[in-house]
Design a protein around this ligand. Structure first.
Ligand code: NAP
Length: 307
């Protein structure tokens, strides 16, 4: 039985792996896809201390390399279920035998939220994208729309404007949620147009996207913005593995846990974007990984003392 299983290999999972290795715990990291998490979808990261202007891809690679350098084993497997057993937990995996562990750190992060408008599913992969850094290059010298008003949408618009002819950013309110620095950069970019107070009524096209129908929520005005691509960045939903019935979550599905990352199930910790918190950033996710391991160590010491 492992001391610890870490689920997810984004900043929280990789920081947890580094701290777990240094604490000489027996542990494994489970990752169902590519290591890195949402950082992989970020063009430029400019707020991680000590690493200015690094790309999300490069930062994710550094996290993984650092964890492996410390001795972390990252195993490609998808978690299917969770069972309480004597002294710990059994985690079912899709491709191999279950793993048994005394503690778990869930660091599964979050995934893009959908808009839910007509055309979104129909044109997914044919002009509709949730990842500007992955798909932006397909729209070089073309016109695109970005939807959202948070850091992701504003960063995406600035990133896309470097290669696209024109970017229209559509936000449902008249003020952005994104940081002031980003909004200033957005407003200074000549080929970005801002459509405030607008919602997407429909994504239009034939074989692929040709335009986005917008409704102004204040005036009711309806217009169609020609576009070959639509980048949707309207926030995220937690990847709680469907475990919200066994591990208490808030109304949005984030695991209830404080700075100690302890969920309401003893032995299970939630680190990074998947837990309730005020500020979801790479640096706060990494901090969670460290905090979670610190509390895992205390929990393991208590377990050992009881035996
Ligand atoms: P977010 O901060 O939750 O912003 C989501 C945006 O989408 C909001 O502007 C919201 O509008 C809008 N929205 C939500 N549902 C919508 C709908 N159905 N239709 C139209 N608009 C909708 O999400 P995020 O930008 O993905 O960022 C997620 C977290 O990662 C945040 O904590 C963010 O700070 C962090 N992040 C940080 C950085 C960075 O520091 N460089 C970069 C990326 C992300 P309202 O404003 O009206 O609610």
């Amino acid at each position: 039985m492992y001391d610890l299983v870490i689920i997810g290999s984004g900043p929280a999972g990789m920081a947890a792996a580094i701290y777990a290795a240094r604490a000489e715990l027996s542990f494994v990291v489970l990752e169902k896809g590519v290591s890195g998490g949402q950082v992989l979808n970020t063009s430029d990261v400019d707020n991680y201390p000590g690493l200015p202007e690094i790309s999300g891809f490069d930062l994710a690679e550094k996290f993984e390399a650092h964890a492996k350098h410390c001795g972390a084993e990252i195993r490609m497997a998808e978690v299917t279920d969770l069972e309480k057993i004597a002294g710990g937990f059994r985690i079912g995996l899709d491709s191999e035998d279950p793993v048994e562990t005394k503690t778990i750190i869930i660091a599964t992060g979050a995934q893009p939220r959908k808009l839910g408008c007509p055309g979104e599913d129909e044109f997914a992969g044919m002009g509709v994208s949730y990842c500007a850094t992955c798909d932006g290059a397909f729209f070089r010298n073309r016109e695109v729309v970005v939807v959202g008003g948070g850091n992701t949408a504003v960063e995406d618009a600035i990133f896309l404007a470097r290669g696209c002819k024109k970017v229209t950013i559509v936000h449902r309110r008249d003020a952005f949620r994104a940081s002031k620095t980003l909004v200033t950069a957005l407003k200074k970019t000549p080929n970005i147009e801002i459509a405030y107070d607008c919602v997407v009524s429909e994504i239009r096209g034939e074989d692929a996207v040709t335009g986005v129908a917008l409704t102004n929520v204040r005036t009711g005005e309806y217009k169609v913005v020609p576009a070959d691509g639509v980048f949707i960045a309207v926030g995220t939903n937690p990847v709680n593995l469907g475990w919200q019935d066994s591990i208490p979550c808030d109304a949005s599905g984030y695991f209830l846990a404080g700075e100690d990352c302890a969920t309401q199930v003893p032995g299970i910790y939630a680190a990074g974007d998947v837990r309730t918190k005020d500020l979801r950033q790479i640096v706060t996710a990494a901090a969670d990984g460290a905090n979670a391991v610190y509390h895992v160590e205390q929990y393991l010491a208590e377990l050992a003392a009881e035996q």
